[in-house]
Design a protein around this ligand. Sequence first.
Ligand code: NAD
Length: 471
Amino acid sequence: MTTTDQTRLHVLFDAQYKASRAQIEVPLAQRQSRLLTMKALLDDHGTALAQAVQKDFGMRSLQLTEIADLFVLRTLLSHTLKSLPKWIKPQKVSTPLYLQPASAYLQRQPLGVVGVVSPWNYPVQLALGPVITALAAGNRVMLKPSELTPHTSALMAELIGKAFAPDELCVVLGDGELAAEFSSLPFDHLFFTGSTAVGRIVAKAAAANLTPTTLELGGKSPCIIDASCDLDAAAIKIAHGKLLNAGQTCIAPDYVLLPKGKEAAFGHAYAQAVAKLFPTIAGNPDYAAIISPRHHERLQAMLAAAEAGGAKLQVINTGGNASEHRQMLPVLAFDVPASAQLMQEEIFGPILPVLPYASLTEAIDYINARPRPLALYWFGTNTAARDTVLAHTVSGGVTVNDTLMHIAHENLPFGGIGASGWGSYHGEAGFLRLTMQKPVLVQSKWARGDLFYPPYGKRFDQVMGLLKRWL
Ligand code: NAD
């Protein structure tokens, strides 16, 4: 990071901070206009953004970015624009008898300046989603996108630079060093999406300023196959959730838990499902490349170590040379030693360990012995077994009989718990996360608060006696 970068960062923050304090009230029309500017930006430059993502990955279809980045943002914008007039209204709350006839409400106000730090895997959605939410809540926003998608990040910076005033929304580009400096700015809220390891650093940096954070992190999301499950129907949904973006998805199933004895049948069903989704892999842009040589090597090393430790690998769709395009073939891993890196860290690639369980309790205990996951998937028709799993596990979110889909529901808050993050967004939950709900009590001229004033005597005792009987 050069001194110029550092100076620019602070100049931008100071401008945003001043602007946020100079205009505390941000009317509906101004918020709508900012959202419409963002909508126009996506409408006019969506294809260019998808092409930039393709360039950054080397191999990733434009359609994948269309569905997983642009479509998600369009639905977020449309839902937010529709709901905003209702969301920004003061919310009346009921007043308890002992305070009546006062009235009370929650006044929804912008927090001020929100910082957004985003990752590379869905580089448009995960950068602009929190930005849209923060703008809807009336905030000023500074975005620091990932350095691993340089074309996409530069294009977002250029487009946003043309469409927004820098004290309204701006983008700063840079690596981890700049990101660390960014996270140490005294934002009114810092919204971070990325790894659990970096999330810990960000939380510490923000704590020094008492800046509240939202941490959207990763982890190992389990996928439970119940004995009542139709394996073929489940396999295609698991393969889709696992192999979208070649497993580089925060809520991809990280491993499968299935009844002992079903391993071979699942292996067969999964291979067939993969063949249906991706008739070829090498050179097929529907099957994304691994983001960088370093990430590709990490995955290959994890796999080799697991195999050396006794894991049995089922590699799928081996035609062609996937590595030539930095792609990685889908792999099922059986009998993986518990100590293998594959079972210790988030995989974030197309490798799927399969773990047999003897009883449902064993599967639940396995999940509960580990950090709370970002997502959990359950497949089957036995609703009693499903409810047992849901009642005895805690995760950021759940999809039953599919993968990923809970993230797409605009009325379901999205976020993690514990090591998979804290705070959630999407829909009204996101708007409220980046809004101050200021409690206001309006006293009535008929109020008898004086009944509680000193000097305390007989009248006070009578009132307290009455209240004790009511409560
Ligand atoms: P990462 O943590 O390496 O980087 C994310 C961002 O943090 C980047 O912009 C990077 O520049 C910045 N950064 C790096 N060092 C920093 C520091 N010291 N201080 C502040 N910021 C710093 O994550 P990644 O590799 O880009 O993304 C993959 C991870 O993100 C996976 O763990 C995945 O599960 C997670 N993820 C979570 C969600 C979610 O919604 N929960 C979504 C996508 C990805």
